[in-house]
Every structure is written in C-alpha cells, then in structure tokens.
Ligand binder design. Sequence first.
Ligand SMILES: [Zn+2]
Length: 244
Amino acid sequence: MQVESSNGVMGGARNLLRATVGLVYPTLCFGCELRLSEHGDDDLPICSACHRRLPKGTPDHVLQRLARLPEAGGVFNDVFALWVFDEGGTIQRLQHALKYQNRPKLGVRLGRVMGRALMSQHHPLYDAVFPVPLSRRRFLERGYNQSQKIAEGMVEVLSGSPNIPEDALIRTRSTKSQTNLSRTNRWKNVSGAFEISGPLDLTNQRVLLVDDVLTTGATLTAAALPLRNAGAIVDLAVFAVVAV
Ligand SMILES: [Zn+2]
C-alpha cells in the first residue's frame, strides 16, 4: 500500500515535471520554430506546413551520387532517400539534433516515417536491416548509434518482420571524419573498414542498409560490400541525400 502511494506521488511529480518542462521548453517546429500545439509522441518535430515544403528525395538523387563513386556500381539493388539534404535548413537541423543533441528517440521516429514512405512506394519483404556501425569512439561520445535508432524505427513498420542482427556488421577500424575529405580520399578512408563478424550466411537474403545522410555514398558502399559478398541482395535507405 505504501509502495503504491509512493508510486502515485512519484508518478504525479513526474507528470507535473513533464508538464512544467513542456511549458518552459515547448516543442518547436524544426523548420519555422513555431510552437507545435499538437505534438504526439510519434510525430516528427515539424509542423505540417514545413513538412510539405521539404524537398522529396528520389532514387535518381541517390543514383546520381553513387554514379560518381566508381566502386558503387551494382552494389545496391534498390535505393531510397526520404528527402534531399537542405544545407542550413530543416533537414540539417534534424540531422544535427540526432547526432549531437542526444535525441535517440528522434531517430526512431524518423525511422518509422522512412519505413512508411518506403512501404508506400514498393513492398519489399526484408529479412534483415543493418545500421551502418559507428566507430567505438564515436559511439562512446554519442551514447548511441543514430543509424541504429533509425533502423529500430524502420523494422517496426517494414514488411517481412526483419530483424536487426546484433554486431553482425562491424567496423574493423576507425576512420577519419569524412567531412573535409575529397571524394577519392573519402573512399580510401572507408574502403575495407567494415566486415561481417562470425559466420553469417546471407545468401539471397533481402537486406536493407540504413544510414542518416548520404553525402558521397562512400561509407554506405564500403559497408554494403561485405553484405553483398556474403550473398545478400542489398538495398539502401537514408533520410536525406545530398544532391549532386
Ligand atoms: Zn514549421
């Protein structure tokens, strides 16, 4: 009885705290920064007007990127990007929050939105979803892998009940930040940096490789090669692609 009443008090205090935090820090739209009045737990922090304005990604946006990376030819069976990256805009602010502001749940929500959009275009049955692994150092800095969070949201809504094989695709060495490297050097930096850990037979398995933003595609391609070499048919999904 005592425990129940103490939970009740604590629960009440938590709700009050949440309500107070909601008043002090209302959820603002990542686009226009207006307060979001009807913001459910499952919604992205973007108002409907800003959402409609986001530039939609197409397979061509991704393929044009990959075409500039000779190594990527034929690695991917199908490609999906929800949006085109908008430097300084809503999508970049989302990416920044996801990577640097400790917002793992934002990744899960993004994953659900991506999964639903992908399913509305075609209906692949996936056997497995692989997030691009982070280096150990970045994982420790960030506390989570943003691609893993996106993958977790995606598997909730994708057909085929895919799983996320734990520690199956691994980063064998840490790589320099790709930000200031040329396209050629980006490929040299990540080539051979991923491998399959342990015996994993992916023969004819349809798998989805997931990352946040596709810039040159070097990292995604390097991560896809060991999956393809293990027999998988590899698709890729990102929430944004940087236009060529
Ligand atoms: Zn807005």
